[in-house]
Write a protein that binds this ligand. Structure first.
Ligand SMILES: [Zn+2]
Ligand SMILES: [Zn+2]
Length: 464
């Protein structure tokens, strides 16, 4: 009843208050994204880091966020500085570092001990090399300084209004997915007028929104010129949209309003790492933009329980739950999250998920490192099976280079066996926050920078 007398915007604010307490903002403040990249394809980890927040008496203020890494007030950042100094190498060309075919007479690799005074990140082995290579360094110095300040901001102990996730979308208000600004505005996110807040919040929201922006009927990608969706892509995505945007059925809360629900749309997130430990409020944003469909997120991969220590021990493998799946089904009734610490190809060969249905299934690979020398062997067995499912495979990369290496690898392994659904390019919903690779601080990247999609070729049977 009250709804009838309340304008739509207020109604949405009311929805927000109805969210259970544990799903609301303050809890999110304890989730501090931190980077733990073990090799250059990267690994971003979110973890609870309350212990890392400096003494509240020593709060960092917006004008006091810049500190040299090794003199940071945050012990974690000082530790990180030590890690970089121990593991990263000076990029000065005279080193031509760590290559096995290193010609004689060239300076041996040297660790990054010298911190650039402008960005505060240890990069060069000495002040001399920093001065000498200054022009090359200038290309990234400004971005590195931003990373430095953003990292300190996260540990400043300030209140983060931008992490307050809105609840259900009021049906009177249409979401606008043209870009981050229009999306966050139409979803009524708080405090999005500040660039730093935007960077912090998009670093988490990029995961649900990258998926949502491809699958939603108001997607910014289309078959119009330069909008990147291919004709094959439209066929596949339209099938999924049919399930994700079911017609209104006059459903209600009483007996007359009961309707048969369509089965859930399954979104398989393979090789899941840090994204599986994102706060559930963040993943629920995906459900909020598809309010009439059921969504089952399925995280699969040996690292999918990384940073989720409180959920151990894992369930036992029983005949009913042969792969020891962890089920979270109290996420508001529309979404379920299941996590398996196993390889997709093992489960696929056991026919665990079959049949795959192009109307109900989709696969997502967040920075899989398909072509990365350290991880491509792990995908070799999986790739043909992914193509066999004939469902769309949405893929991202940390940088243009990372993404193109993946595409080249897929072309090399399965030439002629797949169709491109979405032309590769910059992701409209990439993380706006840049991250550095602790093993190579010059290698700056951001979560889900690049986006493309492909699918196993569907053969049309020959009729003669
Ligand atoms: Zn050097
Ligand atoms: Zn610098």
């Amino acid at each position: 009843m009250t709804g009838e007398f309340t304008c739509g915007r207020c109604l949405q604010a009311l929805h927000r208050f109805r969210l259970p307490l544990r799903l609301r903002s303050p809890a999110l403040n304890s989730y501090i994204p931190c980077q733990r990249r073990s090799f250059s394809s990267g690994l971003i980890a979110w973890r609870t880091a309350t212990s890392d927040i400096p003494d509240p008496r020593a709060l960092l203020k917006p004008n006091n966020l810049f500190h040299n890494f090794s003199q940071s007030p945050s012990p974690a950042i000082r530790q990180r500085a030590a890690f970089i100094k121990q593991n990263a190498f000076c990029p000065h060309p005279s080193h031509l570092q760590t290559r096995p075919d290193e010609p004689e007479g060239i300076a041996p690799p040297a660790h990054s001990h010298f911190e650039c005074p402008d960005c505060g990140i240890p990069i060069y082995c000495s002040e001399g090399h920093w001065v000498d290579d200054f022009e090359a360094h200038l290309e990234v110095c400004e971005t590195l300084k931003q990373i430095n300040e953003d990292d300190h901001d996260l540990r400043s102990g300030r209140f983060f209004p931008e992490f307050a996730m809105p609840g259900l979308q009021d049906e009177n208000f249409v979401i606008n997915m043209t870009n981050w600004d229009t999306f966050l505005y139409t979803r009524e996110f708080d405090a999005i007028n500040d660039d730093r807040s935007m960077r912090q919040v998009t670093r988490m929201l990029t995961y649900p929104l990258t998926i949502g922006s491809v699958l939603h009927e108001l997607s910014p990608y289309s078959i119009r010129k330069d909008k990147r969706l291919t004709a094959e892509g439209l066929r596949s995505i339209s099938a999924l949209r049919y399930s994700l945007h079911p017609p209104r059925t006059g459903e209600g809360v009483d007996i007359q309003g009961l309707r048969v629900k369509a089965p859930p749309v399954r979104i398989f997130i393979l090789g899941a790492r840090a994204e599986s430990s994102l706060p559930r409020d963040v993943w629920l944003q995906l459900s909020h933009i598809f309010p009439r469909s059921l969504i089952n997120l399925i995280f699969i991969g040996p690292e999918s329980m990384a940073n989720r220590d409180e959920e151990f021990p894992l369930p036992e493998r029983t005949p009913e739950n042969p792969f020891g799946g962890i089920v979270e089904d109290r996420l508001g009734g529309q979404m379920k999250i299941t996590t398996y610490v196993d390889y997709f190809h093992t489960m696929y060969k056991a026919h665990y998920f079959q049949p795959f249905d192009p109307y109900l299934d989709c696969i997502v690979l967040f920075h899989p490192g398909l072509g990365h020398p350290a991880s491509s062997h792990e995908w070799e067995e999986t790739l043909p099976l992914l193509l066999e499912t004939k469902v769309p495979i949405i893929t991202t990369g940390y940088t243009q280079w990372d993404m193109e290496r993946d595409i080249d690898w897929v072309r090399e392994k399965c030439a002629g066996e797949f169709d491109i659904l979405l032309e590769p390019g910059e992701n409209i919903f990439r993380s706006l926050r840049w991250d550095l690779n602790d093993l190579d601080p010059h290698d700056v990247s951001c979560g889900n920078w690049g986006l493309w999609a492909f699918r196993g070729k569907r053969y049309i049977p020959c009729l003669d």
